[in-house]
Design a protein around this ligand. Structure first.
Ligand SMILES: O=C[C@H](O)COP(=O)(O)O
Length: 251
């Protein structure tokens, strides 16, 4: 697996202009961690402002529509994210899949729209607790990848996959290191099946209750190429502790 560890903060529906100070602090500190790739995904209302406030870190959307423009009230398209200065967008987050009824086909169309607009993509997959308890976690995630991985130009080079067990998001619970390793190995196998050699280079992030206290252990797991961080990305201090953990692994 190539590339620097990639630590991305997903602010979700949090943040007003006061968060610009956190973005600036993250950006200033990023200079101390040149061996870590850092990004933040603020709410769409702040994207342009965060872009202007930072120099080193990447900035991204949390979702995009599959169409470039049209009568879709409340939605934001991939070209609009690009125009606002985004480098990447998240697609297929479980909160989009659950609360907005997004299917694998929807996620695939969004990912393809994002790549066509010149954005990198972080595509989220993950099983629910009942699916894991039933022993179906790897099959569920494999099927999500088959259904939602993009085929457009830019895939797989500009694609990252984020494995986020739904039951670990915002709960303080994390899978065992063995389960994380097994799932990431399984995701790698599926990416190679889907993309051939290029699938071996896709970064696979772990997400779900990543904090300073568990980041080093999670990031050291084979095939974990970074983290998608929710709650702990909302202050520069807690987010930078995770970035620091990623940096210290490379030393
Ligand atoms: O996108 C981020 C994930 O949903 C993880 O959120 P969390 O770190 O608050 O558990």
């Amino acid at each position: 697996m190539a590339g620097l560890p990639y630590i991305v903060g997903n602010w979700k529906m949090n943040g007003t202009r006061a968060m610009l100070n956190e973005a600036r602090a993250i950006d200033r500190a990023a200079a101390r961690f040149p061996k870590v790739q850092v990004g933040v995904a603020p709410p769409a209302t702040l994207l342009y402002r965060v872009r202007d406030a930072v120099e080193l870190i990447g900035v991204g959307g949390q979702d995009c529509h599959a169409k470039d423009s049209g009568a879709f009230t409340g939605d934001v398209s991939a070209p609009m994210l690009k125009d606002a200065g985004a480098d990447f967008t998240i697609v297929g987050h479980s909160e989009r899949r659950e609360y907005h009824g997004e299917s694998d086909a929807d996620v695939k169309a969004k990912a393809e729209a994002a790549l066509s607009a010149g954005l990198a993509v972080i595509l989220c997959v993950g099983e629910t607790e009942s699916q894991r308890d039933a022993g179906d976690a790897e099959a569920v995630v494999g099927a999500q990848l088959e259904g939602s991985c993009p085929k457009a130009d830019g895939a797989p080079e500009k694609l990252s996959v984020a494995y986020e067990p739904v039951w670990a998001i915002g709960t303080g619970r994390v899978p065992s290191i063995e389960d994380v390793a097994a799932m990431h190995a399984s995701i790698r196998g599926k990416l190679v099946e889907l993309y051939g050699e290029g699938g071996g280079e896709v970064r696979i992030l772990y997400g779900g209750s990543v904090k300073a206290e568990n980041a080093a252990e999670l990031l050291a797991v084979p095939e974990v190429g970074g983290a998608l961080v929710g709650g702990a990305s909302l202050t520069a201090e807690s987010f930078l502790a995770i970035v620091g953990a990623a940096a210290s692994l490379g030393e």
